[in-house]
Design a protein around this ligand. Structure first.
Ligand code: ADP
Ligand code: MG
Length: 531
């Protein structure tokens, strides 16, 4: 009876169960990881992503490739989510994460084929993760200034021209230093530093300036082009006459009505300007428009004004000056005012730019360069670099790069697995092999023989410890601290947890129901038959 109820309920679905479901899911994960594995590491190749409109982006960043791709398989989407979460939290290690999930899944499938129950595998993977995270903490060292530069350099390897990476990396470290200690969530380093593109000069002239700089000029050129030390008011709205709602109409019976209407609008504007002036603002920055009438009133009262600021710029300005944005000029209070230390205007590439500085945190990366492509590349490099540099300030642990930590964890877990009497032992070993894929693929992508690299790495680590890794630039095993190939601990730990979590959730799936109405339902029949 219960069975029949199910049959009726599932009439409109295709269904794969048990091992066939796992086979199908592992296959999706493997093909997704296969698409980006050749990008891993400094010697990784680039991918060219072509949009529908023909525009192209060349990148070797795993998460960019995945987020741009049109992936429909739900398991593949879970991997992409794991990689996006890695990007959001750690800003690096995205390719590594996807590769790890796929390797963990392939090894799990092997175990299932050997007759190990998925729940045993899940338990073994959990134990392995916990042990790996402990070992990561044990191996990590605290970074000083020199190591910070090396971590940023390592994370930028292969991301672009090396002198550009060097320059942008230095700027990112400088910027990260300035916002160190400030609280503010995952996106702080994006909010505090504006990226401004200037179509001029060479990308190597890119600089970091204090305060907010943007493509704007004051509303009235008869007001002074620059000023120092003053109060600023931020209005998250406009200084305009009240708008009539779109379907309202006024029937004008005589010219007096029209005049009165204008009078009232003018009065309301004057009241606003008088209020702004009475609380002592010297500079007014507005998100929407400023009425012509208001402009001349402001100038008369010695107030300089700017209009049509983007919300993100207003937020940054608020942080720089300590001002609090209000929606309407009349609700401004003295305590909403902030203070700026300097405001100046400069013509760059024939357009007027304004820079406003204050005592609070806020900077602008002025990205120069002749083409949008080169400027955008510089911005991507900066985003990666500051993401890592900023997080290193609060989480200073570093680990040997070049897959050394993964090779070490694999060896460590293999000997640790012996202490587990149950079948989980096999799962822990499978997990260890999955971790080894990182040095293997790094070597492979550099045109090395992966088996030779793993064997020599393992021998050298046995003798000299976890910090020995394969330096891809020199082609030899070396102490990664001396070679300066370092990965942040938070990147490695988050990637281990994220990939294990994703792999486990796929292993737990034992029934996949595809709604038949979805035209993209994959053809799984052949996969089911395979096993
Ligand atoms: P992800 O998206 O996972 O960060 P990347 O393509 O950025 O992938 O590659 C990161 C890996 O490359 C890290 O394991 C890092 O240690 C390694 N790596 C970077 N530079 C070197 C180097 N000179 N020698 C060996 N490995 C390196
Ligand atoms: Mg990276």
């Amino acid at each position: 009876m219960v069975e029949t109820d199910h049959e009726v309920a599932l009439e409109d679905t295709d269904r794969i169960q048990g091992r066939a479901a796992l086979v199908n899911n592992v296959r999706a994960a493997t093909s997704l990881a296969g698409a980006i594995r050749s990008t891993l590491g400094p010697k990784g190749l680039d991918k060219m992503l072509v949009e529908d409109d023909g525009s192209a982006l060349v990148t070797n960043d795993g998460v960019t490739v995945l987020e741009t791709a049109n992936v429909e398989h739900p398991t593949a989407r879970m991997l992409i989510d794991a990689s996006s979460s890695q990007d959001r939290v750690a800003r690096d290690g995205t390719t590594t994460t996807v590769i790890l999930v796929s390797e963990m899944l392939q090894n799990a499938l092997e175990l299932v084929r050997m007759g190990i129950h998925p729940s045993i595998i899940v338990k073994g993977y959990d134990i392995a993760l916990e042990e790996a995270l402990c070992e990561v903490r044990r191996v990590s060292k605290e970074s000083g200034n020199i190591q910070k530069v090396q971590v940023v350099r390592t994370s930028l390897q292969g991301k672009g021209d090396s002198s550009l990476c060097e320059l942008i990396g230095e700027l990112a470290i400088k910027a990260a230093q300035k916002i160190a200690g400030e609280q503010g969530g995952d996106n702080l380093e994006r909010m505090r530093i504006k990226r401004l593109q200037v179509r001029q000069g060479s990308v190597m002239d890119t600089t970091l300036v204090d305060g907010l700089m943007l493509l704007k000029s004051r509303v009235d050129f008869s007001s002074p082009a620059s000023s120092e030390r003053g109060n600023v008011a931020i209005i998250d709205g406009g200084i305009e006459p009240p708008k009539l709602s779109t379907n309202a109409s006024i029937e004008v019976q005589n010219t007096g009505v029209l005049k009165e209407f204008h009078e009232r609008a003018r009065d309301s504007i004057r009241k606003k300007i008088d209020h702004i002036s009475s609380i002592g603002a010297d500079l007014v920055v507005v998100r929407d428009g400023i009425d012509d009438e208001a402009i001349s009133l402001l100038t008369e009262r010695g107030i300089t004004a700017y209009r049509r600021f983007e919300r993100a710029d207003l937020d940054l300005l608020a942080n720089i000056t300590g001002a609090r944005a209000v929606r309407d000029a009349l609700s401004l209070r003295v305590e909403d005012l902030g203070s700026f230390s300097k405001r100046s205007e400069e013509t760059i590439a024939e357009v007027s730019h304004t820079q406003i500085e204050g005592d609070g945190n806020g900077m602008t990366l002025v990205v120069k360069g002749a083409t949008p492509a080169i400027r955008e590349e510089a911005i991507r490099i900066f985003d990666d670099a500051i993401g890592v540099a900023h997080r290193l300030n609060s989480k200073p642990g570093v680990l040997p790069g070049g897959g050394a930590i993964h090779a070490h964890l694999a060896r460590h877990l293999r000997s640790f697995s012996n202490t587990n009497p149950g079948r989980e032992q096999l799962a822990i070993e499978a997990y260890a092999s999955a971790l080894e894929s990182i040095p293997r693929i790094l070597a492979e992508n550099a045109g090395r023989d992966p088996v030779d690299v793993i064997l020599s790495l393992s021998a050298d680590q046995n003798e000299s410890g976890a910090w020995i890794g394969f330096d891809l630039n020199k082609g030899v095993n070396a102490d990664m601290e001396e070679a300066g190939v370092l990965d942040p601990e938070f990147v490695v730990s988050h990637s281990l947890s994220g990939s294990t979590e994703a792999a486990i959730s796929v292993i737990r799936i034992d029934d996949v129901l595809w709604a038949r109405t979805d035209p993209s339902t994959p053809n799984w029949e052949e996969e089911e038959g395979e096993d």
